[in-house]
Design a protein around this ligand. Structure first.
Ligand code: SF4
Length: 265
């Protein structure tokens, strides 16, 4: 069996504790307007065009995003840095796209990673069936669970999917006793309202002690170039990046409720 992977990044430090390798699955059931990895959304390999300059000359280079890989090929990659995981309390993170969008391959990979003793985190948008997510429960040490908009109509409008299943799955993971970090990408003018944050507080309060940590992720415009390369429309191109300072007040509110809060991952 093979899975479609668009990147394996080594020495990541924002995708769970310690030093990690992050495996990016290609394919996502959502299509968030602000997605930082537009190349992660389609579930087929995609070609992009890079323009390079050398000595005043311009060259166009094609690059394919997405490679079908076996579990053994991925294991060989992540094994290279085992010493760093062990010394830093790190491990391997599956991310995307959405890892649960390739449930059979994900399950096989997680089983292999677990048998090799890696600490495993899963970054998920939660927009999948409970059956798919349940396949991961015995293997995942830490879920990094994205929460975007609490109003369902707005969730559909800005991500292309309802939040009902996402919230139900989150509650089921918490009931199953899993450890979860809630990750909230904060997008100016879309989900940074008091209403959205109040509703998030109510939900997250109910999920203690499964959720004790929250990551607020300020939106930044760095992905603009990728939209151009992949020929995709960037509807956020005129929106200004947020800064850490923009989120200090939000952080304090969650801290006062007893959460550990980080701005950024
Ligand atoms: S869930 Fe994540 S990967 Fe999928 S479209 Fe949204 S931001 Fe992009």
């Amino acid at each position: 069996m093979k899975g479609l992977i668009f990147d394996i990044r080594r020495f990541t430090v924002h995708d769970g504790p310690g030093i990690r390798s992050t495996i990016f699955f290609k394919g996502c059931p959502l299509s968030c307007l602000w997605c930082h990895n537009p190349e992660s959304q389609d579930s087929e390999p995609e070609t992009s065009v890079k323009t390079l300059s050398l000595d005043g000359l311009k060259f166009r280079e094609e690059e394919v995003s997405g490679r079908w890989m076996t579990v053994d090929e991925i294991l060989a990659e992540v094994e290279k840095d085992r010493i760093f995981y062990d010394e830093s309390g790190g491990g391997v993170t599956v991310s995307g796209g959405e890892p649960a969008f390739q449930p059979a391959f994900l399950s096989e990979l997680l089983s292999a990673l677990k048998s090799k003793g890696f600490h495993i985190a899963m970054d998920t948008c939660g927009f999948t069936s409970w059956e798919n997510l349940a396949l991961t429960i015995n293997y995942i040490d830490l879920y990094l669970y994205d929460l975007k908009l609490m109003d369902d109509d707005l969730h559909v409008k800005y991500t292309g999917g309802s939040n009902k299943q996402i919230i139900e799955n989150l509650i089921k993971l918490a009931d199953a006793g899993k450890t979860i970090i809630a990750r909230v990408p904060v997008i100016p003018g879309i989900n940074d309202s008091d209403e959205n944050f109040s509703a998030l507080q109510v939900l997250l309060e109910q999920l203690k002690p499964a959720v004790t940590e929250i990551n607020l992720l300020p939106w930044h415009a760095a992905a603009g170039n990728k939209y151009m390369r992949f020929g995709k429309e960037n509807v956020m191109k005129n929106v200004k990046s947020m800064t850490r300072e923009d989120l200090v007040c939000r952080k304090k509110v969650f801290e006062d409720l007893g959460f550990i809060v980080k701005i950024g991952g």
